[in-house]
Write a protein that binds this ligand. Sequence first.
Ligand code: SF4
Ligand code: SF4
Length: 466
Amino acid sequence: MQQQETLQTIPILVEEPIWKVNVGSNKIHAKRTTGRFRTIKWLTASTWLLFFLGPYLRWDNRQAVLFDIDGSQFHLFGVTVYPYDLWMLSFVLIFFAMLLVLITVLVSRAFCGYFCFQTVWTDLFSWIEEHLEGPPRARVALDIAPWGMHKLAIKLTKHSIWLIISMLTGVSFAAWFTDAYQLWINYFTLQAHISAWIVLLMFTVGTYLFAGFMREQVCFWLCPYARIQSVLYDNNTLLPTYDKSRGEPRARLDRSSENQRVGCVDCDQCLAVCPTGIDIREGEQIGCITCGLCIDACNSVMDKINQPRGLIRYDSLSNQQSTKSYYRYLRPQVLVSSVMILSSIIMISYGLSHITEAELSINPKRQPMYVVMSDGKIQNTYQLRIFNKSESDNQYRVNIKGLDNMMITGDEKPILVRSGDGTNTLVYIKVSPEQLSSKISPLTFRIKNILGKSPPIEYQSVFIAP
Ligand code: SF4
Ligand code: SF4
């Protein structure tokens, strides 16, 4: 009996009955709206023009930003980064990861709604669709209409434009990794490298399918960020929110009645404009990309019926549950991610401003660790690797300090190192045992470019004796 009662008190987990996800069976023809968030969406989307135009920027007779994989170099305006300096890449990754965390903690999936390439390209493709096929009803009618010259012409034009944009996306991506102007020549003369053709094909097919056909389904089922976002939210995260207390019960506007309460007028405009087919009045849902278009739609309805805006608005759970209106910016997730973003910026700035002209590494030969020569002196052998990161061939003079009366072989002549290349040199150091005060003595290797004015580069090593 007692066991039966206990079982009855355990809440049974059931699927939320109104939780809906369009699994692709219904093609979404979202209505386009105007408003503040629509404008922000256009502005943030326009930053992607940099993706298309950036590779054509020149700096010092070279592509300003170039990921030269063949040459293992990354050119960023006047700065060249070699694999030696790739530690900065980890801070670049931390910077973007933390920026994503910060944005999500503050304003949920604003990245998805305003900046993500999938939603931006989808938005562009549907904008083209609307201009060719008309508003949603006309598009649905065209889809079900029998094929004829008119429909064929419209559909061919639309798909051709989509394909051109998809191909431009592929070319633009490839152009960040090779000379952009030469790339066009290589494509047109069919001389492009196989990897350039593969990139073009993958991006053309991917963009055409993802932005033209799969659209919100990519956000629902393929995007990993959509899955992890929920763990980043907290009660203070701003989300597009329907104000149930003001909106319900819904009722059509009755202009003949003077004293009616006006909440949601059940016009479905918020649903009609949603690019992922969500009815925000049913609560926050996994498919919501936080684009705010439903807010624009509802605000324009409220304007028309002379009611205050904000029936749908960016709001947080704690704000809704509190009698006072408040929103906490300062909370642990915000502070931690902000500190990490700031630290990454400092480290990247430090790295970029301290890139040396050359890289020196010393590899002491430790098999054997030392050699006792016939004259009783102790010899250690070192392999010097000098990598020239500058734009010109350089000559480096080697200087070694740390022990008195060292006999050095291998440092007599300056070492020539070609630009973007590395050279290995063997250096032998012989010391009399009486000059050594311990088994391990510190040594400082220093190289200086005799053809330039850059400061010397040092490397610390040790001399080992019996
Ligand atoms: S519910 Fe609103 S904010 Fe969310 S995706 Fe739809 S239109 Fe955008
Ligand atoms: S747009 Fe506003 S008024 Fe119209 S259905 Fe949506 S919430 Fe209700």
